[in-house]
Design a protein around this ligand. Structure first.
Ligand SMILES: [Zn+2]
Length: 238
């Protein structure tokens, strides 16, 4: 090889290596990747919680089209407070997408939410969150708008609330094999929606306002998250 060509080749390889390294450097959670088309929203959330010692996991639900969305789980590295993406999957949201939810509107509520409890028909997969055993035929999530129990998990026998028109949770398998109750409508306002859960996928490619991910992903979310996790739900590009 001619010496000049050799030097040129070495230079090109060096440039390409630097180039690749630079690309690699931009592909960190801090830039919002893979939400690179609309990094502002997600970067703002990353920054907001980076120095919040209580919040160590972020679950992003990014709506793409209709009831289709993507889910990303980020876990904080305590050594330098950076976010590492540990899980990503497609997921489904309400039939009418993400937005301003209300009673039976089939809309997944937009915003940043905490989690009140985890639950499941299957046994606790090892989450540190409070875990409600849904394998109990007396348990309902009340959807009766005129009831004092609206939007609450209740034991029909203990409360005496008979003929509840809400969800008999044990009937929702595989959806409720694992899940968590997000704190949307924590005031239990009857004009707002009820039983807004983060749960496993069933047969449908949409939900009634919940977020549905594959069961393996739901299980991992429970295993990797604590009760201070934030669930951030927005449409992409907004
Ligand atoms: Zn009821």
């Amino acid at each position: 090889m001619n010496k000049l060509i050799k030097i040129f080749t070495i230079l090109m390889v060096a440039v390409m290596t630097v180039g690749l390294a630079a690309c690699g450097a931009t592909e960190t959670a801090e830039t919002g990747d893979p939400l690179s088309n609309d990094p502002y929203r997600w970067n703002k959330i990353f920054k907001e919680y980076r120095d919040d010692a209580d919040v160590n996991q972020l679950v992003f639900v990014a709506g793409t089209e209709g009831s289709e969305a993507e889910m990303f789980l980020y876990v904080k590295d305590p050594s330098d407070n950076t976010w590492n993406r540990e899980l990503e999957t497609r997921c489904f949201v309400g039939k009418n997408g993400i937005g301003d939810a209300s009673y039976c509107a089939n809309i997944t509520p937009e915003g940043v939410y905490g989690v009140s409890t985890a639950f499941g028909i299957k046994k606790n997969p090892g989450t540190s969150m409070e875990y409600v055993d849904f394998n109990d035929s007396d348990l309902y999530c009340c959807g009766c708008q005129d009831s004092e129990y609206y939007n609450q998990l209740i034991d029909a026998k203990k409360t005496g609330h008979k003929d509840c028109e809400g969800e008999h949770v044990i009937d929702f398998s595989p959806e409720y094999n694992y899940g968590m109750f997000i704190d949307y409508n924590s005031e239990n306002d009857p004009e707002e929606d009820y039983a807004i859960f983060f749960h496993c996928e069933g047969m449908k490619e949409f939900t009634g306002g919940c977020i549905a991910v594959p069961e393996y992903a739901m299980k991992q979310i429970l295993q990797k998250c604590d009760s201070n996790v934030k669930v951030c739900i927005y449409r992409r590009g907004e």
